[in-house]
Design a protein around this ligand. Structure first.
Ligand code: SF4
Length: 347
């Protein structure tokens, strides 16, 4: 049956996949405990919860006998194609259809395919939705190595790919690839490129400083120091991946794009500052950007505007003052942006 499964997975356009037995990750326990006690998870308290489940797939799904891991590359757009000046930057993964849905759909199809062969088969699909150490699983299945920026890196596909898992209650023959050694060697481009110094040491990420966390997960007032380091990122950040030599090659496109991907990567700050809630909902429909919510998205836009040094944005920023009076977080960053640009003007 394993050959049929493999063929079906390939038919779905999935090039990265492996099947492994559930593994015990207790060897990561000390590392995780130290990481959490250093508060590197910021306010992502769910990272601190369910530690035992994270370390043992059986605690998450007691019937699990094998795990299918799939990866879908998504890098299509080159930042060099885009003039970053005056834009609000959105991480590449977010300027397209929400990958959770794309991968879930494919994994559901695989589960149905298996159930057609044997109706006893049951499974659980996880795409960022449960405490799964997915990068570790993928590494142990030989899909890649974990780089100094803590991303999973495939020699062939770099790090721009999504992961999803299907936990199964049957023992399928393993499909493993030869282990990939740590290939960072003496490179430290990502460590040096991170604008907010979030990679505190090679292989250790202080997520509470990471621009992805700050723009997506963190919903409060961002400290001035970090705010200044966020540059023009308004949702996520690709800096540590862009400099990685493993991301230099062009990858095949696997995830269907929303038709105007390039447009989303190109929206000018001027336009974003004046964005109304209805426009936000419409423009980012079906993309991960919706996850930030309108208010937090605008907080990020105002931060980017303040960091842009573009005094011509002042007029639009001032127009939004009364709209955010009721939201102290967004209002704080709006006023900071105005002040920063006014100070730039007087310099
Ligand atoms: S940029 Fe260099 S150090 Fe960082 S993950 Fe890539 S290869 Fe490793």
């Amino acid at each position: 049956m394993i050959e049929e499964v493999k063929d079906y997975i390939k038919e779905l356009g999935i090039e990265i996949f492996a099947i492994i037995k559930p593994l015990d990750f207790s060897f990561r326990k000390d590392y995780l405990i130290r990481w959490i006690s250093s508060r590197f998870h910021g306010e992502m308290d769910y990272m601190a919860r369910n530690l035992e489940k994270r370390l043992s797939p059986e605690k998450l799904y007691p019937e699990v006998k094998s795990i299918l891991i799939v990866g879908i590359p998504y890098d299509t757009l080159r930042w060099n194609d885009i003039d970053k000046k005056g834009r609000g930057l959105i991480s590449k993964y977010a300027i397209r259809r929400d990958y959770h849905r794309v991968i879930k759909k494919k994994l559901k199809k695989i589960l149905s395919f298996l159930r057609e062969k044997n109706s006893e088969i049951q499974g659980r699909i996880y795409v960022d939705s449960a405490p799964v150490l997915e990068k570790e699983l993928a590494r142990l299945a030989g899909i890649g190595f974990i780089g100094k920026n803590t991303m999973l890196i495939s020699k062939k596909f770099g790090s721009y790919f999504f992961l999803g898992e299907l936990f199964l209650n049957i023992e399928l023959e393993e499909i493993k690839h030869p282990p990939v050694p740590l290939l960072c060697v003496s490179c430290k481009r990502c460590v040096e490129a991170c604008p907010s110094e979030a990679i505190v040491k090679p292989y250790i990420l202080d997520a509470s400083r990471c621009i992805s966390y700050l723009t997506i997960e963190y919903r409060g007032i961002i400290k001035d120091e970090l705010e200044n380091q966020m540059g023009q990122w308004i949702f996520g950040c690709d800096e540590c991946q862009e400099v990685c030599p493993f991301n230099r090659k062009n990858k095949p496109l696997e995830v269907s794009l929303i038709p105007d991907e390039k447009r989303l990567a190109n929206i000018k700050l001027e336009e974003l500052i004046l964005l109304r809630k209805e426009d936000f909902e419409e423009i980012f429909k079906g993309t991960p950007v919706k996850r930030a919510g309108y208010e937090m998205f605008m907080r990020n836009v105002f931060i980017a505007a303040g960091n842009s040094g573009k005094k011509e944005l002042l007029q639009s920023l001032r127009k939004r003052e009364k709209d955010f009076l009721q939201n102290p977080i967004v209002y704080h960053h709006l006023l900071r942006a105005i002040k920063k640009l006014e100070n730039n003007c007087s310099e």
